[in-house]
Write a protein that binds this ligand. Structure first.
Ligand SMILES: [Zn+2]
Length: 269
């Protein structure tokens, strides 16, 4: 009798009803295919956009009034990678020539790597859910930048360090989950061109100038904000254009759903 260890599966389908399963052996791998019943969700008509600006340290999201941010999990995951590395270095020194045979140590190293991955995976599932829920509550669409180019260019870096690998993983998982959560909750999702989202004024399209640490200012209209906030506003603006929603560029929104949300709030949820 053989025992097959399951090494992973697509968690997005966990909550759907299982249908038939098929075990397939292909190219040296056993794959268990399980079909699921997934009801087609209905999309609402959005009145505005929750835009998401992503960088390796944090995610800034909201519309022109709401400003929320969530730190990424890269630093937290990275700590475990460092621990794994140092353990590996310690036991690969000549004093421990047989470290690879020391099962206990090897398992610990592996568990640290797994821990790093789990932290990132967990973050990539939970933060999109928060964002998608906010969008649904306000009946907004969700907008994000197309990160394909960025992810590909990071992937091309030779001899990537652990940090870069975690950033790539974080971006690609996040993108997968935000699209999924939005779709599942019926929020329309808009993917915009990432070019110049943090160098153009969201008010008048002029080129922004640096104005201190991560601050940007428009020399023409005087609009000033953090780099991430500029990014968010530009992503929202592009998404509004794609959706054909206009006339409310940076004007206040008067939806009744806004009453229990504190505008311009900073800090974590
Ligand atoms: Zn301007």
């Amino acid at each position: 009798m053989y025992l097959i260890k399951i090494i992973g599966w697509d968690r997005r389908y966990d909550y759907y009803e299982n249908r038939e399963a098929r075990l397939v052996y292909r190219e040296g791998e056993m794959v268990l295919w399980i079909s699921k019943r997934i009801p087609k969700p209905e999309q609402y008509k959005p009145r505005d956009v929750i835009a998401i600006d992503i960088n390796e340290r944090k995610i800034v999201y909201g519309n022109h009034e709401i400003n929320k941010d969530i730190g990424t999990a890269v630093d937290r995951a990275y700590k475990w990678k460092v621990l794994a590395e140092s353990l590996q270095r310690k036991y690969s020194s000549p004093r421990y020539p047989a470290w690879k045979r020391r099962r206990g140590v090897l398992n610990r190293i592996r568990s640290y790597h797994r821990k790093a991955r789990n932290i990132l995976e967990d973050w990539a599932r939970k933060s999109p859910l928060k964002i998608a829920r906010l969008a649904v509550k306000l009946q907004h669409a969700v907008a994000r930048e197309d990160l394909t180019g960025l992810i590909n260019s990071l992937r091309k870096i030779k001899n990537k360090d652990h940090r870069t690998k975690l950033i790539i993983m974080g971006y690609s998982r996040f993108v997968k989950w935000i699209d999924w959560q939005a779709m599942k909750l019926g929020a329309p999702i808009v993917i915009v061109d990432p070019r110049d989202t943090s160098s153009e004024c969201p008010n008048c399209d002029s080129k922004l100038e640096e104005n201190g640490y991560r601050r940007l200012k428009c020399p023409r209209c005087g609009f000033e904000a953090d780099r991430d906030v500029m990014g968010k506003l530009n992503i929202r603006k592009r998404a509004l254009k794609i959706l054909g929603i206009s006339g409310r560029s940076l004007a206040p929104l008067t939806a009744p759903q806004m009453t229990d949300v504190n505008p311009n709030r900073w800090g974590n949820l």
